[in-house]
Design a protein around this ligand. Structure first.
Ligand SMILES: [Zn+2]
Length: 568
């Protein structure tokens, strides 16, 4: 039955070889997108048709086997997975584009644990120090990757801590914050206007990672984020849990904060009150374009003591050289992370985090795409890069390293398509491509989805900022137009409610747990469908006269322009 379904989709697709025109309003979430035609040459269709759900199954079965020990970053199981992926790439005849003519790109990593000797003291006025309690009142990491750092610096309140020229917004107003500790709010100025910080949707400026990075770029020595549940969209327990124990970072390449910290809202109130001000008032002031930084006349005195552990892991990278003598210097990239959480020796019972869905499925798709491209009798015009990245679960670190050290300059990478956690649930009737609408490629995505009879399912909660939590984002931030491809909630023979129930059950019972395991009854038709759809998109992107661009005014447009300047 599934085979029949697929055949009819292909019949429809082949029929559009000559010309297919997408009619305005024909697909969900696509209003106002201009119609384009979709064309794939015969050899591309033939390669696309080789994509086989059963081969994806065998990759997933192996990669999530107990023998792979949960593919932990820096652990033996993770390295075995990388070797397996590299071996497949070699078998498909792909060129190694890692370090020194190998498929492996070494990713240097550092694990930091803040030790109990650390002291975090707010000097509210001379002689009036309060020592904060770790985890209950504050959390802090030293990002300089040194075993000890000391900070004794004035605290300056900088509102949201955002400098966003495209929204004509600058909380810093040119004030010199070198050597200071910056107190700031999470999230971004509230807005319903889609042209101002994308309305309700979260932009990267609202994420705490941006705030740390911007402060470090400006030479600040520390950041204190004020936690407020409704603004962060998660309670203090989440901050506490994700900021205790070891945290992993890429080995330092630029500037960094000695103190990257959060404080409880009530502590923030006390701190601000000591300077004769009111936190609620300061928070309201931050909503204005005219906001200026406020020196609170208080100080942070911190003594940071950390355990610093160096380790390494590998991204696995391969390339298929394109057919066009000029365009082969550019590429379309596919990514999927192979790492998961490894083994937790201290855990009773099943302690292997197999990560079958997350993300052996994405690896299976990536490998099947590599196989299909490798077997194509005619190659696409641009080259194709396949990258299986590490340390995603540690905070998108493998992809961040890949973005900073791409096998060809980022300005020459036309598009990245990422796969993460594509559940084997049968024939999908929807596709999720959140972020695609931010690029000039969207009309092609819409037309292709229509040919595959996939409805585009919009992001249900753009305010949650999911776009910034998957590997494609690491590539977007160096300017490469990027998005993930995944199925939606509607599958053939099932209601949407069934799909939503599957999703809920996964999140509650299996997500990031040892029970995310392979089962023989998994239906990889889902993964094959997403692979075929992504194959068509990739081939089309590899054939466009110009590389994909961000929509004008997008937050990543500046990074793209900068990366393209480098190539001329
Ligand atoms: Zn995960």
């Amino acid at each position: 039955m599934h085979a029949m379904v697929r055949r009819s989709v292909f019949a429809a697709f082949i029929a559009v070889l000559s010309l297919a025109v997408w009619a305005e309003g024909g697909a969900a979430g696509a209003k106002g997108v201009k119609a384009v035609s979709v064309r794939l040459p015969g050899p591309a269709f033939a390669a696309l048709e080789t994509i086989n759900p059963e081969r994806i199954r065998w990759h997933v079965r192996f990669l999530s086997h107990d023998l792979l020990e949960g593919r932990g970053t820096g652990q033996r199981g993770g390295d075995l997975a990388a070797e397996y992926i590299a071996t497949q790439f070699a078998e498909y005849g792909l060129k190694p584009v890692g370090d020194g003519g190998t498929y492996m790109q070494k990713v240097p990593l550092v694990g930091i644990t803040t030790l109990p000797e650390t002291r975090f003291i707010l000097q509210l006025m001379p002689g009036a120090d309060i020592t904060l309690q770790p985890l209950d009142e504050y959390v802090a990491y030293d990002q300089t990757q040194q075993p000890q750092s000391d900070v004794d610096a004035e605290i300056v309140y900088v509102g949201y801590g955002i400098e966003a020229p495209e929204y004509n917004w600058d909380d810093y107003k040119g004030v010199d914050v070198r050597g200071k500790v910056l107190l700031m709010l999470v999230n971004e100025p509230p807005s319903d206007d889609p042209k101002f910080f994308k309305g309700k949707a979260l932009t990267y400026y609202g994420r705490w990672t941006y705030k740390y990075e911007e402060a470090a770029r400006k030479g600040a020595v520390g950041v204190i984020l004020i936690h407020k549940t409704d603004m962060a969209s998660y309670p203090w327990e989440v901050v506490r849990n994700s900021n205790s124990g070891e945290k992993s970072y890429l080995k330092l390449e630029g500037s960094a904060l000695k103190v990257a910290s959060w404080i409880q809202f009530d502590v923030g109130k006390r701190l601000v009150a000591a300077s004769g001000r009111d936190l609620d008032k300061l928070m309201a002031d931050a909503r204005s374009k005219d906001f200026r930084p406020v020196n609170l006349g208080t100080k942070l005195k911190a003594h940071m003591v950390s355990k610093v552990r160096h380790f390494e892991s590998n991204n696995v990278v391969a390339m298929l050289t394109g057919a066009d003598p000029k365009l082969k210097n550019e590429a379309v990239m596919y990514t999927a992370h192979y790492d998961h959480f490894g083994i937790r020796p201290d855990m009773p019972g099943d302690n292997i985090f197999n990560g079958a869905d997350d993300n052996a499925t994405g690896c299976g798709i990536l490998l099947e795409l590599a196989h299909a491209y490798g077997s194509a009798s005619q190659k696409p015009r641009r080259s194709i890069i396949f990258a299986s990245v590490t340390a995603e679960e540690q905070g998108l670190l493998g992809s961040e390293y890949l973005g900073k050290h791409p096998p060809i300059p980022a300005g020459k990478i036309a598009l990245d398509l990422n796969y993460d956690d594509v559940k084997p649930l049968g024939a999908p009737e929807e596709v999720e491509v959140s972020g695609a609408e931010r690029t000039s490629f969207y009309p092609v995505v819409v037309a292709t989805a229509k040919e595959f009879r996939l409805a585009i399912r919009p992001d249900a909660r753009p305010e949650a900022g999911h776009y910034y939590r998957s590997d494609h984002f690491s590539l977007a931030r160096v300017g490469i137009p990027s998005f993930s491809v995944n199925e939606g909630m509607k599958f053939k023979g099932h209601t949407e409610a069934w799909g939503l129930a599957q999703d809920r059950e996964y999140v509650e019972k299996h997500y990031h747990q040892p029970s995310d395991e392979y089962h023989p009854d998994m239906d990889f038709v889902a993964d094959a469908a997403m692979a075929r759809f992504g194959f068509a998109l990739g081939w089309e992107a590899a054939s466009l006269p110009k590389p994909v661009a961000w929509q004008p005014g997008d937050e990543f447009e500046a990074a793209r322009v900068k990366s393209e300047d480098v190539r001329h």
